[in-house]
Design a binder for this molecule. Structure first.
Ligand code: CP
Length: 310
């Protein structure tokens, strides 16, 4: 039995470099098998619950179909459909779900509530995004980078714009794996000090680097991966005008891509606001790998399920 069996997947930082590489290597193998039309039933008759408090396209579909491809069942529980945290305490719901399910995937805005659920659950819990992190997205992002560049060492990844959940998780994963991670934004939108501390601590061990900068030239010089995300999120709509002004110079456009390494790739977790954080020309251009990333959500999540449930 390997070290991932029975564990939760809530934070990148709870896993070692070797464990994270095992997940990524397993995802590569599963993707190869899928491409060859080979679908081994690694999780025959296992059941996965999918709990959401927000709408989702990629997370919902990739987990649901991934589990079916592995021979198991997935139960989609949409926002407001179960008592979780309302008519029933979170720990009670967690214990009940553990009697029916073999694993729980939860997209939940409140990280502390997700942790409460995971602590009470007797089955593995997977974080499908909270208000602070999106570790499943980071796995797909880095698998896509591996596919394009092979080795990760020496690669520079620059994230432009708001310090969103994918930024926190990608920074944690890049710093674990010895890469250079740059966040480029106005200083008042810099990565939260708690996350920056995690990145720096990881870099000391891995030999990677973390750079926080407002300077677009510093961020694009020799950069292999450009990433961006939306400029405001649920609950930040009132800040729209201010955020548009602040982030406009950091838009990922053809000129920005042109000042990076010639083999640069463009990533976005999606959904994107075309014309705001990124132009159509970049989204649909030759450097874009956004749909590979979306596909890789399924392969990396299948790997996680196989490793956590086996
Ligand atoms: N990137 C991502 O998590 O997409 P969804 O919100 O569609 O799940």
């Amino acid at each position: 039995m390997h070290s991932l069996s029975g564990r939760d997947f809530l934070d990148i930082d709870a896993f070692t470099r070797e464990e994270l590489l095992l997940i990524l290597d397993t995802a590569r193998q599963l993707k190869l098998e899928t491409r060859r039309g080979y679908f081994p039933r690694y999780l025959e008759n296992k059941a996965l619950g999918l709990l959401f408090d927000q709408p989702s396209t990629r997370t919902r579909i990739s987990f649901e179909l991934g589990m079916q491809q592995l021979g198991g069942y997935a139960l989609y529980l949409k926002p407001g459909e179960i008592h979780l945290g309302k008519k029933e305490s979170i720990p009670d719901t967690a214990r009940v779900l553990s009697r029916y399910l073999d694993a729980i995937m939860i997209r939940w805005n409140d990280y502390a509530e997700m942790k409460e659920l995971a602590e009470a659950a007797e089955v593995p819990v997977i974080n499908g995004m909270t208000e602070v992190n999106h570790p499943c997205q980071a796995l797909a992002d880095v698998l896509t980078i591996m596919e394009r560049f092979g080795a990760l060492e020496g690669l520079k990844v620059a994230f432009f714009g708001d310090r969103t959940q994918p930024a926190n998780s990608l920074g944690a994963l890049c710093s674990k794996l010895g890469m250079t991670f740059v966040h480029c934004a106005p200083s008042r939108y810099a990565i939260d000090p708690q996350w920056a501390g995690i990145f720096r601590r990881n870099c000391e061990r891995s030999g990677g680097a973390f750079i926080q900068t407002e300077d677009i030239t510093e961020a694009t010089e020799g950069t292999h991966v450009v990433y961006t995300d939306v400029w405001w999120w649920i609950g930040q709509e009132g800040e729209e005008a201010e955020r548009r002004r602040a982030f406009a110079p950091y838009q990922v456009n053809e000129a920005l891509i042109g000042s990076c390494d010639r083999n640069v790739i463009f990533e976005h977790c999606l959904p994107a606001s075309r014309g705001l954080e990124v132009t159509d020309g970049v989204m649909d251009g030759p450097h874009s790998v956004i749909f590979d990333q979306a596909e890789n959500r399924m392969h990396t999540e299948k790997a996680l399920l196989v490793l956590l449930l086996s």
